[in-house]
Write a protein that binds this ligand. Structure first.
Ligand SMILES: NC(=O)c1ccc[n+]([C@@H]2O[C@H](COP(=O)([O-])OP(=O)(O)OC[C@H]3O[C@@H](n4cnc5c(N)ncnc54)[C@H](O)[C@@H]3O)[C@@H](O)[C@H]2O)c1
Length: 410
């Protein structure tokens, strides 16, 4: 394979495609074209502006944009591409079942345009067995397109760091596809791991489900401690202190976003709905907003104004996809006199500044523990619900502290 390649990333302006495109474009692998259907994102990328937050990405975009990287909605570049990487989304449907319809439609269009002897890399998180179905689809059409599955394992916000440090799992049915995919990823990271496609599909789903289950353990312990009027963070901190075996004991807080629940449900479907721990984790994590609401009910909510700080699905992010802060907002809109929402990063016209939300609210809930919130002043007459333990009171007897609910004493 030539060292200067034409690489096309389909879904290239998204959270997975764009960081990968930036890193590839900065490693002299050739020309990277990001194909996307979102005109606003394409325009933003071509103007050198990131369409979403990702540490270090805008700087890199300014270096490679217009040189070795460009974004477009035109798909004719696929015809001359040596490598096509597809990263379009793979959501679950309204029945919480994995859906591959969109992925297949997208793949059919790709296969029609791709040249023989080119390499197709699936990078979306897929339902187990999808790589084999795609492989069969290619062969049944008599096409000689090489196929690999190389799952993405980055966490949003750390993509540039993790793309070049995490080992890349590479899977294919044929040695040539495996070797070509491996060579490509060795341009950006130091090591790759070979697996069979089904193993690689499960490896990705195990990764996300394990994290989701892990967060559910903390959230279950949080609810347990809190329902006895105990401070979860105080207990957790004692457990992990100088005790390496408990390093993976996470803090409590909303476990949400576009991947963890969705991928746990893909594994549940694959198990024939016998993945009991996965479903239990879903009940716990999705139930945390309801638990917080129940905690707050002791405060006569119908007369209270409640502010939610942080509408993103996680800290220091502008991504509000499937954020549980919005679920909490809906629940509160039924129970509270007024609900105010704030987030410094999320684009949502209904949001107001944090200072105003705190000033007007009786009760303040931390939805996402953005680091900047540590600087906020919380007046002592406010009730604070902080399941994340963001504002752990240094001295809980101090009269300067607000009244604390959730991971702190009432
Ligand atoms: N977000 C993460 O942190 C993460 C991490 C690992 C894996 N994944 C997986 O990667 C995949 C993509 O996730 P994402 O977060 O990047 O989604 P995203 O929505 O941010 O990006 C998908 C992009 O694809 C574009 N798109 C949709 N249909 C298209 C089409 N037909 N042609 C061209 N472009 C099209 C969208 O406009 C969007 O820009 C999912 O399978 C997800 O599970 C995500």
């Amino acid at each position: 394979m030539a060292t200067s390649q034409q690489i096309v990333i389909v879904g290239g302006c998204g959270h997975v495609g764009l960081p990968l495109g930036l890193v590839l474009a900065s490693r002299s692998v050739g020309m990277v074209t990001l194909v996307d259907i979102d005109a606003a994102k394409i325009e933003s990328v071509n103007r050198g502006r990131m369409p979403f937050m990702e540490a270090g990405a805008e700087e890199l975009l300014r270096k490679v944009g217009g040189k070795t990287l460009k974004a477009t909605s035109a798909t004719n570049c696929i015809r001359t591409a040596d490598v096509v990487i597809t990263v379009v989304g793979t959501p679950v449907d309204e029945h919480l079942n994995p859906t591959v319809t969109h992925l297949y439609q997208n793949l059919d269009a790709l296969l029609e345009q791709m040249a023989d002897d080119s390499l197709l890399i699936l990078r979306s998180t897929v339902y187990p067995g999808v790589t084999k179905l795609v492989y069969d689809r290619i062969r049944s059409r008599g096409r000689k397109i090489h196929l690999a599955f190389c799952p993405e394992r980055i966490a949003e916000g750390k993509a540039l760091e993790e793309l070049v440090t995490l080992p890349q799992i590479v899977a294919a049915f044929e040695p040539e596809a495996q070797a070509r995919a491996r060579r490509l990823f060795l341009k950006i990271t130091a090591s790759t791991i070979d697996l069979a496609p089904l193993e690689a599909e499960l490896a990705k789903l195990f990764t996300n489900s394990w994290r989701y289950l892990n967060f559910a353990i903390s959230n279950q312990f949080y609810m347990l401690a809190e329902s006895y009027g105990l401070d979860f963070d105080r207990i957790r901190d004692a457990v992990v202190q100088d005790y390496p075996r408990m390093r993976s004991f996470a803090r409590a807080g909303f476990a949400a976003g576009p991947c963890l629940l969705k991928d746990t449900l893909q594994l549940a479907a694959f198990s024939g709905n016998h993945f009991f721990m996965g479903h239990a984790a879903m009940l716990i994590n999705e139930g945390l907003p309801n638990f917080i609401l129940t905690q707050m009910k002791s405060k006569e909510l119908s007369q209270q104004c409640v502010a939610i700080l942080g509408m993103a699905f996680k800290a220091d992010s502008d991504d509000n996809r499937d954020s549980l802060s919005y679920k909490l907002k809906k629940l509160l809109q039924v129970e509270a006199r007024e609900v105010l929402c704030s987030d410094p990063y999320v684009r949502d016209a209904s949001l107001i500044p944090a200072e105003e939300a705190i000033r007007r609210a009786d009760v303040v809930v931390i939805g996402a523990p953005h680091s900047v919130y540590r600087q906020l002043r919380m007046p002592p007459n406010k009730v604070l619900v902080d399941s994340w333990g963001l504002w752990r009171a240094p001295d809980q007897n101090s009269r300067e502290q607000p009244i604390l609910v959730g991971s702190h004493r009432l």
